[in-house]
Write a protein that binds this ligand. Structure first.
Ligand SMILES: [Zn+2]
Ligand SMILES: [Zn+2]
Length: 266
């Protein structure tokens, strides 16, 4: 059995913790160690348990605590060559991560502490962005976050998932009627934000469900916008789309911004 806890999800910080009791790892490090420890503690978990950290990209909401966690706990960080270069120079990580970084290649399978990991490309406005396909504890887990548009590769990897963490960043109507300046609205609506709308996410999830190769038992919507989305709207938009293709058996959840999720047992 896998235990999964989202420590935070959204533009103020992203950090996802997984363990099967024998191996533990984290995807992204956008939550400081003090808060992370506090959120892990009720479940008897700690950052000391970590065997490694995976990084999706070099935006601050995903790496702001990586330098401090890496230097304090000395955990190996796995990421691509390009992202390694970016992390060596980023103000949050410069001088704090070099010795701990191990390079993995996109579209190549690497085994880390018995966990099979394949990073795959995701279009986004960072130095480089990857999603992860992960085989762990008898499950196939896929994460797609900070994704400007749904590519054939995103679909291909997501279709293999038993457990899918997938971005639903903004509601198109809330964005149109919200407080953002017109130019910024146009940029976001035209895909220039580097994030998926609820509608884009819903359409992709429908396609993924119909082409699924795995069980697809759980879909966790992640990186919801504070200004242009609500958990209810994201949930309803995606749930309606999934119902249209008979996917009522899939457990659909929204991960919370700035707060931990419940502890999911997968
Ligand atoms: Zn982000
Ligand atoms: Zn980003």
């Amino acid at each position: 059995m896998i235990r999964f806890l989202s420590l935070a999800s959204g533009s103020s910080g992203n950090c996802y913790f997984f363990t099967d009791g024998a191996v533990a790892f984290m995807i992204d490090a956008g939550v400081g160690p003090r808060i992370a420890q506090k959120r892990l503690a009720p479940y008897g978990l700690t950052l000391n348990d970590l065997d490694f950290i995976l990084i999706t990209h070099d935006h601050i909401d995903h790496i702001k605590a990586l330098g401090i966690i890496s230097s304090k706990f000395s955990k190996p960080i796995y990421t691509t060559e390009k992202l390694k270069g970016a992390l060596m120079n980023h103000s949050c990580t410069r001088g704090k991560v070099g010795g701990n970084i191990k390079v993995i290649n996109t579209l190549e399978e690497t085994e880390i502490c018995g966990v099979k990991v394949v990073p795959f490309p995701v279009p986004h406005d960072a130095t480089e962005t990857v999603g992860y396909y992960i085989e762990f504890g008898g499950k196939k887990i896929v994460i797609v976050t900070d994704c400007a548009s749904v590519t054939p590769e995103v679909i291909e990897f997501s279709e293999k998932a038993d457990v899918l963490i997938f971005e639903a960043n903004y509601d198109e109507e809330m964005l149109a009627n919200g407080p953002y300046p017109q130019l910024l609205k146009i940029r976001i609506a035209n895909g220039g934000s580097g994030h998926l709308s609820n509608t884009q996410s819903a359409a992709a999830l429908k396609e993924i469900y119909c082409g699924r190769k795995g069980e697809l038992s759980h879909v966790f919507l992640c990186h919801l916008s504070d200004n242009n989305n609500t958990q209810q709207i994201a949930y309803e938009t995606v749930n309606k789309a999934l119902a249209e293709v008979g996917a009522e058996g899939v457990r659909l959840e929204c991960l919370k911004r700035g707060r931990p999720s419940e502890l999911y047992e997968l």
